[in-house]
Write a protein of this length. Structure first.
Length: 264
């Protein structure tokens, strides 16, 4: 690629991508509403609000790939979700339509299916069941991606990221954990696949206890190499949320998000 755009580049996963994908494109355009620090060689830094269409168009122009990590990444009140995750994603797809239909990695989330039960195994055809405003905004983004794919040919990997942290820290993560390296492998696979389309891909490592079946996206060539399994013994003794109760937090895939109140 000539130029890759990473949104949310000051956030946790944006930073992982910023540091781990340096060789994927000649130039990297990094954007966030927060400060991005100093530009390294090959980096273009642009502080911008995803809710501003002119700013988003300027970000997307000249890019042949986008990793969209930007927006609210937790359950939040309606207004911030509306600006960044609803208006912001619309702006991104409108800009992509205007400037050459770059391929997109859309950071969706397990919270798009957060009210699916843990005892059901989900594939790409599972019915979305958002566990709050944040999860609903991710379902909206996934649906917008389909519309722009069918109407304008924009290809998107709709990645329902589980729990992407340095290491798993709860029993739930034994199912949902995605290692940083597996995330980077996934982004690389998306941009090197001859054909992408608009698949749903569950973003988790090769965890034995995974709730998800990614076989429908095998053609992309992503094979997670890491696993939460080695942490099992430790987490079963240290993490309070065991599998035995019927609380919403442990019944549903969204975990604690299934318990939060919706805020105006
Ligand atoms: C998410 O979507 C969040 O961005 C992340 O911070 C975690 O909370 C993750 O879900 C999760 O549910 O583990």
């Amino acid at each position: 690629m000539k130029r890759l755009l990473i949104t949310g580049a000051a956030g946790d996963l944006g930073t992982v991508c910023r540091n781990g994908l340096k060789d994927i494109a000649d130039k990297m355009r990094l954007t966030d509403i927060a400060d991005l620090g100093e530009a390294a060689p090959g980096e273009e830094l642009v502080q911008a609000d995803l809710g501003n269409i002119e700013a988003v168009e300027a970000l997307v122009e000249g890019c042949d790939g986008i990793v969209h990590m930007g927006g609210q990444s937790r359950e939040r009140p309606f207004e911030p979700v509306l600006n960044a995750n609803i208006r912001g994603v619309f702006n991104l797809y409108e800009a992509a339509r205007k400037f050459g239909a770059p391929r997109i990695v859309f950071a969706s989330s397990v919270h798009a299916v957060g009210f699916q039960r843990r005892d059901s195994k989900l594939d790409a055809g599972a019915v979305p069941m958002a566990d709050g405003l944040y999860g609903a905004s991710k379902v909206y983004g996934e649906q917008l991606a389909i519309a722009y794919h069918k109407k304008y040919g924009i290809e998107t990997a709709r990645v329902r990221i589980g729990s992407c942290f340095r290491e798993p820290t709860t029993q739930r993560h034994l199912s949902t954990w995605l290692s940083f390296d597996d995330l980077l492998r996934l982004v690389r696979a998306v941009f090197s696949a001859p054909y992408l389309g608009c698949p749903v891909i569950y973003g988790c490592s090769a965890n034995t206890a995974s709730w998800w079946d990614n076989s429908g996206a095998d053609y992309i060539g992503w094979r997670p190499q890491d696993s939460a399994d080695p942490w099992r013994k430790k987490l079963e003794t240290t993490d309070r949320t065991g599998p035995a109760t019927q609380d919403r937090e442990v019944l549903y895939q969204g975990g604690e998000f299934a318990v939060y109140d919706i805020e105006r």
